[in-house]
Design a protein around this ligand. Structure first.
Ligand SMILES: Nc1nc2c(c(=O)[nH]1)N[C@H]1C(S)=C(S)[C@@H](COP(=O)(O)OP(=O)(O)OC[C@H]3O[C@@H](n4cnc5c(=O)[nH]c(N)nc54)[C@H](O)[C@@H]3O)O[C@H]1N2
Ligand SMILES: Nc1nc2c(c(=O)[nH]1)N[C@H]1C(S)=C(S)[C@@H](COP(=O)(O)OP(=O)(O)OC[C@H]3O[C@@H](n4cnc5c(=O)[nH]c(N)nc54)[C@H](O)[C@@H]3O)O[C@H]1N2
Ligand SMILES: [Mo]
Length: 807
């Protein structure tokens, strides 16, 4: 979230598009209700009339996978009707920047497409530069190559008629929503946008989010209390795991691992540190070397020296993408022998379950670290139709290492609003379970012994690793939290030669990190979480002098305990608030800190430096220079499995050409002749993934696997509520009870009637239904192709057929 949960109460309009917080985030949803009590309107754009829609002022049923057409239509409306926050757009976005003359968009493709590689050469997706290497701007916004004019031209095709044709949202409803959104272009009105997987789990996920961010920039809603673009995260600490770089190609604090071609520290650092392209900007990522070197000092201690590029050669180098879908492919190709699943129930979570099972059957060994007995650890068992395998043919050896769960450990959890909150252990774990950190440490010790005996590749990195814990086999949460925060390795002095830290002291903030080897920090974003004053994550003062939910005495929010990111954008360039009732920061003669911690440093009012300090331009991007793989501005592409076979905007380019589809997965693409209905998968409040399957109260509340269909589809197929149905995709089939509902309506798309089939995700082969039958995994049906930036599979839009099952 750019903002935080409590801040939602400050919004005038809440747009929920791409999520269902009433069901998936019922506790945080109280802040939506608070906003409603304060007079806010709620709009839900979702294929289903879900529980969030039931408390909304307006619900627009939309075809799953078509949000970009809707959002580009909104941008067209805002530009046509002149409902944008002009001052904000002019000074705080790249609207005035001139776009490279070589950039163009024609017949569904951006400039630079390489047909053979299926990739874009992004060199024209950039600005025009002057002789000093600075981007050219026209502050009058008149030049035809100004970003705002290029954008106007791009969105001109997204008329209300086109929006209806692609998305199924009636023009009247669409325009009603546009009108409400447009009102928040007033400097003292804000919209917040809440989203989760309805936006991300598509082959166009990154562009969905970008579209919304662009709308919020045009309206001047980013940096404002009650505004922002707010990702509602999934598992309680998934925010923390991404911050810590748990993706296979990432490092902590959103730095990427070096790739194979980067052979030195200097080369790598040069590639990941943005150059100034507008003079006098904060460009905070200019400090990347300080974050990186401090992290390497944490990883490798004295072994990381200036001479060896801070231990650059100890790091693994990336040669290809390593996401779980790729792991499964590698198993099929015989390139992967073993897999460690730590808190990962792949049989419930990865797409195309039958392919996953076939891949795992080729593994020599599988290690499952989990507090529960999971489907994945029993993938080799025959569960009848829902897992039809022959155990005799599967030679994979499975090791189960039972772990504790959060309530059995001390530690911190970072929520969607970036608050790291400390919690205490409530009870001991049962049986042989051990904390994850202890299991990993024991594995490390065993590996170390083996290395000592046998040697082998990677021994240098392994031996260079620091491991300074009181009990090396069992690091404590406190030790780990302090290590992440970071220390001074020497006495440290500021520019005026004043002592700021004595050697060995914990650091207060990332501004003190250095790239000369005198500081450590496991993750620059978390510096300040545990200082010499103690554990900041355990702070529990919820006083709110701002009245805006800015409780800086409660927990630690990264970065630097800031509650609203880009908060400098809530004031005009002279430092006057856009809304005097919504002011979090103000100039105090030295800096901007007031109720909130400002992210703008010490530039006085009237400074040239833009408020978007993390972009080299200092402004928000309405045109994304060379960042996104599928285009600098979002464009509607059909899902890989499309119910209409064409793209009404450009019939010659139907789907996004950059989507990642492995060759063998092409045979799994279903056609709408065989599979005419659009399926989408989602959550129910009463279950958490398949964890709750054996918990009596959850099973009582929601006993049986079901799928939802609208009345028109039920009538067409002769299905009655309560009938057992079979839902089939090109990947496999599931059986479930039919729920026939008014909440899913047939939509008219490009002259065709399109029906949705709604499939909750919680059942699996081990999960019992009320009658003692096993369930089926919804992921038997879903496809493995993924988005070109994140590789996220298209879980939310694919094609199925449905028929009455023979009982
Ligand atoms: N009770 C409970 N809560 C949970 C979880 C759980 O299992 N149980 N899981 C947690 C996790 S890991 C996560 S990531 C979050 C997920 O939180 P959410 O993303 O909110 O949950 P979902 O139910 O997967 O999907 C949200 C909505 O997206 C809609 N949708 C589908 N396709 C589209 C589309 O193309 N466009 C639009 N606009 N909407 C679409 C669906 O109809 C659904 O209403 O929930 C978390 N909270
Ligand atoms: N079709 C479809 N598929 C989806 C989705 C969808 O919307 N539709 N959503 C996707 C999303 S958003 C997500 S997040 C994934 C979820 O995919 P997974 O991450 O596989 O999610 P879970 O089923 O929650 O499995 C996590 C496992 O972690 C274990 N666990 C809990 N606490 C601990 C701990 O402290 N230590 C260890 N080692 N283990 C622990 C749990 O017992 C559980 O078995 O599924 C994805 N798959
Ligand atoms: Mo998730």
């Amino acid at each position: 979230m750019t903002n935080n949960w409590v801040d939602i109460k400050n919004a005038n309009l809440i747009l929920v598009q791409g999520g269902n917080p009433a069901e998936a985030h019922p506790v945080g949803f109280r802040w939506v209700i608070e906003a409603k009590k304060n007079g806010a309107k709620i709009i839900v754009v979702d294929p289903r009339f879900n529980r969030t829609a039931s408390v909304a002022d307006l619900h627009a049923p939309i075809r799953s996978g078509s949000d970009i057409a809707f959002l580009m239509g909104v941008i067209r409306y805002l530009l046509e009707t002149n409902q944008i926050q002009h001052e904000y757009v002019k000074h705080y976005t790249n609207a005035s920047f001139l776009v490279n003359e070589g950039y163009k968009f024609e017949d569904g493709l951006f400039s630079g497409f390489d047909e053979a590689k299926g990739k874009y050469d992004k060199s024209t997706w950039n600005y025009q530069f002057d002789e000093n290497g600075h981007a050219k701007r026209d502050m009058t916004l008149q030049h035809p190559r100004c970003v705002i004019n290029v954008l106007k031209e791009h969105v001109s095709r997204y008329t209300p008629e086109m929006v209806e044709k692609v998305t199924g949202v009636k023009q009247k409803t669409f325009l009603q929503i546009c009108e409400e959104i447009g009102k928040t272009s007033a400097p003292n009105k804000t919209m917040t946008h809440l989203y989760a997987l309805g936006f991300t789990e598509h082959t166009i996920g990154t562009q969905n989010i970008r579209s919304m961010a662009m709308i919020q920039l045009l309206l001047g809603n980013i940096g404002m209390p009650g505004g922002g673009i707010n990702a509602l995260r999934g598992h309680s600490n998934v925010q923390g795991t991404t911050d810590m770089g748990l993706l296979p190609t990432m490092l902590p604090g959103y730095m990427r691992l070096p790739n194979e071609k980067e052979t030195s520290y200097e080369q790598y650092m040069n590639a990941i540190t943005p150059k100034d392209i507008v003079p006098n900007q904060v460009n905070y990522y200019r400090n990347t070397s300080k974050f990186f070197v401090s992290m390497m000092k944490t990883f490798y201690g004295d072994k990381a020296t200036k001479e060896n590029g801070w231990g650059f050669d100890f790091l693994p180098k990336v040669d290809r993408i390593y996401d779980p879908i790729t792991h499964v492919k590698m198993m099929h190709d015989g390139e992967l022998n073993g897999w460690i699943l730590q808190g990962f129930n792949v049989l419930n979570s990865l797409p195309n379950k039958n392919k996953t099972v076939a891949g795992m059957s080729k593994l020599k060994y599988l290690v499952v670290m989990d507090p529960l007995q999971t489907e994945s650890s029993e993938f080799w068992k025959n569960f009848g139709e829902s897992n039809n395998v022959n155990p005799a043919e599967i030679q994979t050896e499975v090791f189960r290492l039972p772990t504790t769960c959060f309530a059995e450990e001390d530690g911190s959890i970072a929520n969607s609003g970036r608050w790291a909150q400390w919690h205490q252990k409530s009870c001991d774990q049962p049986g042989e379970a051990l904390p994850d950190a202890e299991i990993l440490s024991m594995l490390r010790e065993e590996m170390h012994e083996l290395y000592k005996k046998e040697g082998g590749r990677g021994i240098e990195s392994f031996e260079a690793m620091t491991w300074n814990y009181a009990q090396p086999h069992s690091p404590s949460s406190v030790e780990l939290a302090k290590e992440l925060n970071g220390y001074a390795l020497e006495d440290l002095y500021d520019a005026n030669n004043n002592l700021i830290y004595k050697k060995g002291q914990l650091l207060n903030g990332f501004a003190h990190l250095r790239d000369d080897g005198t500081t450590t920090s496991g993750n620059w974003l978390y510096v300040g979480q545990w200082t010499e004053k103690g554990n900041q994550m355990a702070n529990r003062d919820n006083s709110d002098p701002s009245g805006l939910g800015c409780t800086v005495g409660w927990s630690f929010a990264w970065p630097a305990n800031r509650r609203v990111l880009y908060n400098r954008a809530s004031l005009d360039i002279n430092g006057n608030p856009w809304d005097k009732h919504r002011q979090l920061i103000k100039w105090n003669g030295k800096n901007w800190n007031w109720f909130d911690i400002a992210d703008y440093g010490t530039q006085p009012p009237g400074s040239d430096a833009g408020p978007f300090i993390m972009s080299a331009e200092g402004v928000g991007r309405l045109f994304a220079v060379d960042k996104v793989n599928s285009g600098p501005v979002p464009e509607h592409y059909e899902p890989i499995e499309s119910p209409i076979d064409t793209n009404p905007l450009h019939p010659s380019v139907v789907t996004d050409p950059t989507v990642r589809i492995y060759k063998e997965d092409r045979e799994f693409i279903g056609s709408n002749k065989e599979y005419p209905f659009v399926a989408t998968t989602y959550r129910l409040t009463e279950h958490f993934h398949s964890w709750t399957a054996q918990a009596a109260l959850n099973i009582i509340a929601q006993p049986q696997q079901f799928v939802e269909i609208g009345e028109a589809l039920a009538a067409e197929k002769g299905i009655q509520k309560g009938d057992m149905v079979k839902v089939t995709s090109r990947r496999g089939y599931i059986k479930a009870v039919a729920v026939v509902t008014k909440r899913l309506k047939a939509l008219e798309i490009d002259g065709r009637t399109v029906h949705h089939v709604g499939i909750p995700i919680h059942w699996n082969m081990k999960v019992l239904n009320g009658k003692g039958n096993r369930g089926f995994s919804s992921n038997t049906l879903t496809p493995s192709w993924g988005e070109s930036v994140t590789q996220t599979p298209e879980y939310k839009t694919f094609l199925v057929n449905i028929e009455k099952a023979e009982v």
